[in-house]
Design a protein around this ligand. Sequence first.
Ligand code: MN
Length: 207
Amino acid sequence: MPYPFALPELPYPYDALEPHIDARTMEIHHTKHHKTYLDNLNAALEKHPELHGREAEDLLRNINAVPEDIRTTVRNHGGGYVNHSMFWRMMAPPGQADRPPRALESELERAFGSLDAFKDQFTKAGLGRFGSGWAWLVLAPGGALQVISTANQDSPLMDGLVPLLGVDVWEHAYYLKYQWRRADYLQAWWNVVNWEEVARRYEMARG
Ligand code: MN
């Protein structure tokens, strides 16, 4: 949906990811952090009606064509808006499938050697991101699966990559429960990965 962008509902209650992600963190993350990115994105676009028909993802894919006076705001807050909108759907209540559907798992094995090797590389990308940012599984042009990390709210879409799975490693994503222990957060986070959604995104991206 184009401008004015709206805050998407979570596909589950705030406490649905307990005990791995606590309800208070989810509520603040959604109603304060995500909402702030949304409000700042809408405020920036208000003075550019020529962009009002565009999807937020499309603005990020063409970030260098966004007018210079709002480019940094769209990069930071549009990135934050889109990243979090995806992030909620990339997670699901624990107790569901703890591994990808077979077809996706085969592709992960082909790209990384094994599912565990992929998870290890992804976790290391999240741990190795100094400061705030994200770790991602992306589909690159040509069809290669890659693990990358981005700083701040930078979106893989800005680099022509399609995000399939992402984890928020800003402290606001884990500090209440895990404090400084990002490694513990990342380890627990695998329990709430929505593998069906990752597979769906992969199929869509491959066309
Ligand atoms: Mn966040």
